[in-house]
Design a protein around this ligand. Structure first.
Ligand code: COA
Length: 139
């Protein structure tokens, strides 16, 4: 943990790395190997699984779900990590409440609407929403 980190208990955080001034709201789980950059806020009830990296100054709203096992082989990987996939979130990314983020890369400066399901990489700054998430406006 960096300096100035605030964690609102109860939380389930293990083996992860939190940069300076990160805020973690209550009822959040952050799994092993996750890195969260400085000044990022993770609001209550979000789940950040292994193989996720989140940049600096991001806002992860309430109940955001990350996924590393996409049931590629017809069902859950049941801990076979060779089947898990990575997610990379850039800097200054805001993810709305209840969004689901499949294993993708999202570039800097993106906004994801509430309740969206992000199924593909996002490489251009803008506002994306819906299921599957599509750009609704450039920024
Ligand atoms: C996506 C968002 C940023 C708005 O962006 P915007 O550019 O102002 O969009 P608008 O409100 O002008 O809506 C544009 C279109 O997108 C649709 N839309 C807006 N938000 C949407 C969402 N979350 N999911 C699906 N569609 C959405 C609108 O219905 C509208 O559709 P239409 O053109 O068919 O009428 C906002 O709606 C949102 O979801 N913010 C997340 C807020 C949040 O979760 N905050 C957490 C606080 S703790």
């Amino acid at each position: 943990m960096g300096s100035g980190v605030k964690i609102m208990e109860p939380c389930n955080l293990y083996g992860c790395s939190l940069g300076d001034n990160v805020f973690v709201g209550p009822f959040v789980e952050i799994q092993s190997g996750v890195n969260i950059g400085a000044n990022t806020r993770v609001q209550s009830h979000s789940f950040i699984c292994e193989l996720v990296n989140i940049g600096e100054s991001c806002f992860i709203a309430h109940g955001v779900m990350f996924i590393n096992d996409i049931f590629d082989s017809g069902g859950p990987a049941y801990g076979d990590k060779s089947l898990w996939k990575n997610t990379s979130i850039g800097n200054n990314v805001s993810i709305g409440s209840n969004a689901t983020i499949l294993p993708v890369s999202i570039c800097d400066g993106v906004v994801i609407g509430a309740g969206s399901v992000v199924t593909k990489d996002i490489t251009k700054k803008g506002i994306y929403a819906g299921n599957p998430a599509r750009m609704i406006r450039e920024l």
